[in-house]
Design a binder for this molecule. Structure first.
Ligand SMILES: [Zn+2]
Length: 112
């Protein structure tokens, strides 16, 4: 499952940062996920709750900040918020290039 791989990566980053900070445990892991990242949030949270066992994040909550998708028109430069890849320019009907919304990153940790 795609989400399980993502969660493994998130936990790896979180544990590494927590160890660097000399933390005994992680309380909250905050991640930013773009709407175009192809991540199913319920599935991601489910995987996190399974995979966190036995790590510094065993009791941690996964806090998710969703980022909107952004598209930019190469023809006329217009920008628009988009929910899917093949979006058309609202100004000239050109094909928008995706310029945001594919993010997936750990932004902060709350540790003890
Ligand atoms: Zn355009």
């Amino acid at each position: 499952m795609h989400e399980m791989t993502l969660v493994a990566g998130i936990l790896e980053i979180a544990e590494e940062r927590a160890r660097e900070a000399g933390a005994a445990r992680i309380n909250t892991v905050t991640v930013e996920i773009g709407r175009l990242a192809g991540v199913e949030l319920p599935s991601l949270i489910f995987c996190f709750e399974t995979a966190r066992l036995g790590t510094l994040a065993a009791g941690a909550e996964l806090a998710v900040r969703e980022l909107p998708g952004r598209g930019r028109c190469p023809a006329c430069g217009a920008e628009a918020e988009i929910d899917f890849y093949a979006a058309l320019c609202p100004a000239c009907d050109g094909c928008l290039e995706v310029v945001g919304g594919r993010e997936l990153r750990v932004v902060s940790l709350d540790v003890d």
